[in-house]
Design a binder for this molecule. Structure first.
Ligand code: ZN
Ligand code: ZN
Length: 280
C-alpha cells in the first residue's frame, strides 16, 4: 500500500521539478482518489493518522476533507446535526478535534474539584455511543434548548479501594450561539488557568466552578452527586470524570442510570462498520 512506502519512494511520487498539471493533482494528492482509497478501507483510523502526518499537503487535505468524512462515516446523523448551519462546513475547533473526541478517551488527572490518587491514562476507543438524550442531562434547566451529544462513560478501574472512574466526552452543536455559552459569559465565569482542552487545546471553563452541573448529570452517569466534574472548551467540546457507583441488579434495571440506551444514540466504532447499531 502507498502509506507503507519508503521515504525514497514517497519522494519519487511527487518530484519537485514536475510540471504543475502533474504535481498539483498527482497520485495520493488527488482528493478524489484519496476519498476512494479511504472508502475502500472503511475509513481506517490508523491509516488516516499516518496519512495526516506524512507532510503538510496531506495534513491540509486531511483537515479539509478526510477527518470530516471519517466522522460522517461513523456517526452520519450526529455529524449532519453538528454541521447544520455552519458556514463552509467548518466546525469550531476543526474536524480533526472532533475525530479525536469520537475515537479517543482522554483519561483523567486530578483537578481543582476532582481529586485522584493517581492519573488514569487516555487511550483509543473502538466503539462509543454518543447520545443527545444523555447530553440533555448535562445541561442546566435554562440551557436545555442547546444541542449537546455526550458519550457513555468509559470505565477505568482504580483498584479495590476506590470506585471505578467514569470518563466521558461530548460536543455542543453551534456552541458560540448556545445558551450555555451565554450563561457562562453572563455569569462572568473565568476560564481555567491551568487546563486546556484535551481535544483542541483551547481554553476551558470548569462547569463545577460555574455551578452549572445539574443533578441529572450524576444520575445519568450512575455517579453520586458531587462526585463529578467536567469542562467545556471555547469550541464546545465537553469532557470530564465521575466516580461510578457499583451497580446492583436493581440499579441496572433502573431507567436513567448508565448503560441505559436512549432512542437517539450514535455509535462510533472503528472495526466493524456494518455492525453499528443505527437508529436513523
Ligand atoms: Zn477510557
Ligand atoms: Zn476543545
Amino acid at each position: 500500500m502507498w502509506y507503507n512506502m519508503s521515504a525514497n519512494q514517497r519522494i519519487r511520487t511527487n518530484p519537485p521539478n514536475q510540471g504543475s498539471e502533474y504535481s498539483a493533482e498527482s497520485g495520493i494528492l488527488n482528493e478524489r482518489i484519496l476519498l476512494l482509497v479511504f472508502e475502500s478501507i472503511k475509513w481506517d483510523l490508523q491509516v488516516l493518522c499516518l496519512t495526516a502526518s506524512v507532510n503538510r499537503k496531506l495534513r491540509a487535505i486531511a483537515n479539509r476533507i478526510l477527518w470530516r468524512n471519517l466522522c460522517a462515516s461513523r456517526a452520519p446523523r450526529m455529524v449532519a446535526a453538528l454541521a447544520n448551519g455552519v458556514p463552509d462546513g467548518r466546525i469550531s475547533g476543526g474536524w480533526h478535534a472532533l475525530a479525536k473526541l469520537m475515537f479517543f478517551c482522554c483519561g483523567c488527572e486530578s483537578t481543582r474539584h476532582f481529586k485522584l490518587s493517581r492519573p488514569s491514562p487516555g487511550h483509543f476507543v473502538k466503539a462509543s455511543r454518543f447520545s443527545k438524550t444523555s447530553g440533555q442531562s448535562f445541561l442546566s434547566k435554562k440551557c436545555r434548548g442547546d444541542l449537546l451529544y455526550v458519550s457513555d462513560p468509559c470505565e477505568h478501574p482504580m483498584g479495590d479501594k476506590e470506585d471505578d472512574l467514569g470518563i466521558y466526552r461530548g460536543v455542543f452543536q453551534g456552541f458560540m450561539r448556545s445558551r450555555t455559552m451565554a450563561c457562562l459569559i453572563r455569569r462572568q465565569v473565568e476560564l481555567e488557568e491551568q487546563v486546556r482542552c484535551s481535544y483542541c487545546g483551547a481554553r476551558v471553563w470548569s462547569m463545577s466552578t460555574a455551578r452549572l452541573v445539574p443533578k441529572s448529570a450524576a444520575r445519568r452517569l450512575g455517579s453520586h452527586d458531587g462526585g463529578i466534574e467536567y469542562f467545556v472548551c471555547v469550541n464546545g467540546h465537553l469532557y470530564g470524570s465521575c466516580w461510578l457507583l457499583p451497580l446492583s441488579s436493581d440499579e441496572d434495571e433502573r431507567e436513567g442510570t448508565r448503560r441505559d440506551g436512549g432512542d437517539d444514540d450514535h455509535d462510533v466504532g472503528s472495526d466493524d462498520p456494518d455492525g453499528y447499531r443505527r437508529c436513523d
